[in-house]
Design a protein. Structure first.
Length: 362
């Protein structure tokens, strides 16, 4: 008896010929008589009852005439058998290398099971098969060789796990697939929505994603916030989608609200600067000209550069001065505090109680 690694035997996959045998015995009918009644050869009948031939639509119709059991019943039996046999055969193709890759994807797998994409409590072989389908690959081993049209960067302190990164990108694509956008991509409308997008930071944290999604939808952009996973050190993923839409996914790694909003406008900068050809993976450790330009856009979109320069020159970084500037620029005080901290005008401890953390997409 040949068995799968999870203990299932191929002998447990029931060919429709076995049902036909039972029916022949119940009707006290020989295979030879069935051959006469259906017009098929006795050899063909023998091959079916012995699981060596399939039940075709023509033979199923003949069985319906002989036994009064619908042709659909017999075709469903054959279809179920074919699917089970495919699943059994596919399991036998799972390699030890793919099993080992599951450990690289441990947190991804846990998340996919929590959201119902993968089944809980199934064997590793079935996890591999389901992941192949989810990731749209014939084998998990091919993932490192796949190339992205992305802003690839190198870093000695940050490890990019190609399996986690690939799965995260696929999760972005799947999660945004059913998001309906109101219009095709409209760069002009996106540019004119900057003030409206800034205003959303005044909303309750639990409403922010939906409000942003609505604004981006009007501009032809599918927007979603995706859970962060260790091994995928990205701050955003942008992809051109058909017909005439764009997808923008973000992740929150450090949970700080000022980092989130700066990153959001940084990604908008990439779109407005036409940095996206097909797909763009924006790592959080890059130093390129495109990244510098996107940073500049984010800084200037959040705080008027002339006003900010005058504020820095004044040297007054008191909480009252920061709050006054935040009202003028229609941003939260933590936006200004975060920038002052990053530029080392103040320490990271200064006004730290004014900073906010976001906890969604975890």
């Amino acid at each position: 008896m040949k068995e799968r690694k999870n203990g299932l035997s191929i002998d447990l996959i029931i060919h429709p010929g076995e049902t036909l045998i039972e029916l022949l015995e119940t009707r006290n009918m020989k295979q030879k008589e069935l051959a006469f009644r259906t017009g098929f050869s006795e050899k063909h009948i023998s091959e079916i009852v012995n699981g060596k031939a399939v039940i075709t639509s023509k033979f199923a119709a003949s069985l319906e005439n002989v036994f009064g059991v619908s042709a659909k019943f017999w075709l469903n039996l054959q279809a179920n058998y074919d699917i089970e046999l495919i699943n059994y055969t596919e399991t036998s193709t799972v390699t030890n290398n793919e099993i080992n890759i599951l450990s690289e994807l441990k947190e991804i797998i846990k998340h996919l099971k929590n959201i119902g994409i993968l089944e809980k409590n199934q064997c590793k072989e079935d996890d591999v098969i389901k992941l192949r389908k989810f990731l749209a690959v014939s084998s998990l081993t091919v993932i490192p060789s796949l190339q992205f049209n992305a802003a690839f960067r190198t870093s000695t302190s940050t490890r990019v796990n190609p399996y986690v990164l690939f799965a995260w990108i696929r999760l972005c694509e799947v999660s945004t697939h059913d998001i309906v956008v109101s219009n095709t991509l409209d760069i002009g409308k996106l540019c004119n929505s900057i003030t409206q997008i800034k205003h959303v930071m005044n909303s309750q944290p639990e409403n922010i994603e939906n409000e942003l999604r609505s604004i981006f939808s009007e501009c032809g952009v599918k927007f979603h916030i995706i859970k962060h996973f260790e091994g995928a050190p990205v701050q955003g993923f942008i992809e051109k989608a058909e017909p005439g839409h764009m997808m923008l996914c973000m992740t929150i790694r450090q949970a700080w609200a000022d980092v989130f909003w700066f990153t959001l406008f940084h990604e908008i900068g990439h779109i407005l600067n036409d940095d996206v050809r097909t797909r763009f993976v924006d790592y959080d450790f890059t130093e390129t000209e495109n990244e510098a330009l996107a940073d500049k856009f984010a800084q200037d979109a959040l705080i008027n550069p002339g006003v900010y320069s005058e504020f820095v020159e004044s040297g007054d970084f008191s909480l009252d001065a920061i709050r006054e500037l935040s009202k003028k620029e229609n941003v939260k005080p933590y936006i200004i505090i975060g920038r002052l901290q990053k530029e080392k005008h103040i320490t990271y401890q200064t006004h730290s109680s004014e900073k906010t953390r976001y906890k969604w997409a975890e």
